[in-house]
Design a protein around this ligand. Structure first.
Ligand SMILES: Nc1ncnc2c1ncn2[C@@H]1O[C@H](COP(=O)(O)OP(=O)(O)OP(=O)(O)O)[C@@H](O)[C@H]1O
Ligand SMILES: [Mg+2]
Length: 217
């Protein structure tokens, strides 16, 4: 069975906007007529369901423990995007074995009847949980913000993903930039670092501006 086209949204540093970008990309694809799902692959601190505004009563943990199939964990959010919720620090998920992670990835194909495009919102960093999920996706978007620590951590992530999975093309979104010109500048500076040390191609697919409406107050 053909599995949905899968896009991983990942980052080196935490808190750079992966979850918000995942949800908004999913909503944009949905508006364009695609059947979209978000898999919250942040298995320790899952929160994509909060951003999407749905309250899943089944998570990937239920599928992994055999209580339901992967397809049965899919919930429909109010805005029409489907979601597979992640975990919340449960011991069994934190120490997920390679086999279990591969099982999740293989089971993506179970979703093919209802989802054309799966957005995989990962945790930050380069732990095995993150690498394996990213490796299983067709396309990888790395989120970077214009801060030295974000540069260093994004560089480290791309390096590890390149070395461990052989991937040599990465899409990059610059988040929280003042405007497109600043975003382009940040990207150019970031690419100068990877160009110097890694044999990878980075593609700047967009800049997202700082948006004060994301704050609750
Ligand atoms: N473009 C933006 N403008 C303003 N605030 C933003 C923007 N993008 C993200 N944020 C804020 O940054 C914080 C982190 O966002 P988000 O949870 O999406 O990041 P994350 O990369 O998924 O974090 P984590 O690594 O913890 O999973 C949130 O408070 C969010 O509202
Ligand atoms: Mg997140």
């Amino acid at each position: 069975m053909k599995r949905p086209q899968a896009t991983a949204i990942t980052s080196g540093k935490g808190g750079v906007g992966k979850t918000n970008l995942s949800v908004n990309l999913a909503l944009a694809l949905h508006k364009a007529g695609e059947r979209v799902g978000i898999f919250d692959a942040d298995l320790a601190l899952a929160n994509a369901h909060l951003v999407l505004g749905c309250r899943p009563n089944r998570t990937i943990v239920d599928a992994l423990s055999g209580q339901c199939t992967m397809a049965e964990t899919v919930v429909e959010s109010p805005l029409g995007v489907k979601m597979i919720a992640g975990g919340s620090g449960l011991a069994e998920v934190m120490g997920l074995s390679v086999e279990k992670r591969q099982e999740i990835i293989r089971n993506f194909s179970e979703l093919s009847g209802t989802i054309d495009h799966l957005i995989v919102d990962t945790a930050a960093g380069v732990e095995a949980n993150v690498i394996d999920f990213v490796a299983a996706c067709d396309r990888v978007i790395v989120v970077v913000v214009g801060e030295p620590t974000a540069f260093v951590d994004a560089y480290a992530s791309i390096k590890v993903l390149h070395q461990d999975t052989g991937r040599d093309r990465f899409d990059v979104i610059i988040n929280r930039a003042a405007n497109d010109a600043v975003g382009a500048q940040i990207f150019t500076r970031f690419r100068a670092i990877t160009d110097r040390f890694l044999k990878v191609t980075l593609n700047h697919i967009g800049t997202v501006p700082e948006d004060e409406r994301l704050a609750i107050v």
